[in-house]
Design a binder for this molecule. Sequence first.
Ligand code: HEC
Length: 301
Amino acid sequence: MISTNKIYTTIVIAVFTVLLSFQSYSQNWDIPANKSSKNSYIPFNNETAKAGEAIYTKNCQSCHGNPGKANSLKTLKPVPPDLSEKQTQSRTDGDLFYIITTGRVVMPSFKIVLSEEERWKVIAFIRSYNKSYVQVLSKTDPSKSKLVKIVLDFNAKNNKIRVYAKANEASGVVLLKDAEIMLFANRYFGKLQIDKTLTTNSEGYADFNFPKDLPGDKTGNIDIVVNVNDELYGEIEHQEKLNIGIPTDKPALNEQRAIWNTLLKAPIWIIVTYTSLILLVTLVLLYILNTLRKLKKIGDK
Ligand code: HEC
């Protein structure tokens, strides 16, 4: 038989292990290698650092304080690091971009709040506190992303979606090689990633395995979202409806009569009860009025 003592010891050890793992968690960010090596296409200079300072003052200072002044908000757990310190400065630009983009628990995600350009400018400001920092500029030219055309081709035989990425340059069509591609299906609540993140081959395409049993709308349509990330052309998003899902004839939640629906689609019993009550009240009122009228007549006589 297991003694109570043993159980207590096990619980105490388990609690400490969890606490310790939280401790190390506050230092290490799990950053995918391809995100970590990402560089900025915005040059870090006085001008961009100054623009970044304004963004920092508005969005970051309340927690992180002024870089170099060790005045971050100490009441938070974990304490937001002073971003001029070695811990932060030893990270790659891609790491910083990833951290600012995704956030974690107390550290907010700025993916929607700040544009990609603004996020790089904040990093330009953070880097201005590091005298030994030398920037590696990315070759990305985001203005070129408009030239990119994404084409989807579904193969019913093997249930694969082939995603082509090509750019219509003035000099001709350029195939995007080694571009990172993510495929999603729009669902009621958010996006479902299809297969894993793939990279285009030397012919500028990648093949995604599509699930055979994914429900679509009444006619089997599914909204597909493609995210392409190319070293030169930057980030491109493409949306398209494909008729490759299982047709589902389930009426939407707001199509049926239900308590939560609009007046016109309320359940019959509610409409009947409500109407009869109103009728009843009206009848009682009419009866009272009529009685009053009779009383008045008697009084007049
Ligand atoms: C609500 C408070 C809060 C705000 C606002 C905030 N941060 Fe943070 N930030 C934190 C906390 C807390 C951490 C530590 C998170 C952890 O380690 O889990 C952190 C961590 C970081 C790190 C990683 C530091 C390191 O080297 O470990 C960076 C970089 C960073 N923040 C940048 C920013 C930038 C840039 C902004 C503004 C655009 C910002 N933060 C806004 C709270 C905040």
